[in-house]
Design a protein around this ligand. Sequence first.
Ligand code: PGA
Length: 258
Amino acid sequence: MIPTPIVAGNWKMHYTPQEGYRFVEEVLKLLLNTKKVNIIFCPPFTTLFHIHALLQDTPYALGAQNIHWESQGAFTGEVSPLMVKSCGAEYVIIGHSERRHVFHEPDDWINRKVKAALAHACIPILCIGETLKERNNGFTPGVLENQLQKGLAGIEERNLSGLVVAYEPVWAIGTGVNASVEQVEDAHHMVREVLTRMYTPSQVAKVPVLYGGSVTPDNAGGLITTRGVNGFLIGGASLKADAFASIITIVEKNYQEE
Ligand code: PGA
């Protein structure tokens, strides 16, 4: 049993609430209420609430791009799971490569965030992926295993039904160089192998594993038909209404349950 495909748009630090609202209105006109693909908009914190209002009568979901692990407290500049949840976020991206590499978030923070999201019934999209140096040195399997084991430390099997994993090779993010079909197939296989060592295979089969890194309408067809790929986490192309909508259409038409 393979899950419904997901297409999540990670806007990163783009669009004011007004711009974001107009953008989602534009995307909604192109989408025609597809229910075959789970579509998730992940705008900046400041825009969550506005977009939530717009998505109310649609099948589409909202996600945040990060959270702190505490519900409240003296953490200047941080935003809690409780807060994003009350703005309508049902998902949260955790451990994105920019959080890991630009803001130096360690694995134990990522693990606390995953736990906090789950505790607030917010679905974590746990991002993992190797750098180019790690790939070139043959470290990809070890890096993926380490990030999964540390990110999911202490997470019980019953939580797997509310978890998404995104394989995002760092060298493919925002570079215009996507991972090849073979590289993606291999990495997704490794992800499921590691998860299967940690949990019961029938439960692991329910976890969607997304690919992210320079996904465009041109490469989406090949990538979505790659074994083990259950959807995409998209950065740049999720900021263009036409491109985002056409990737969704490609996923809708080509995704096959294995
Ligand atoms: P990209 O970003 O699609 O622009 O490569 C992906 C991501 O950062 O999630």
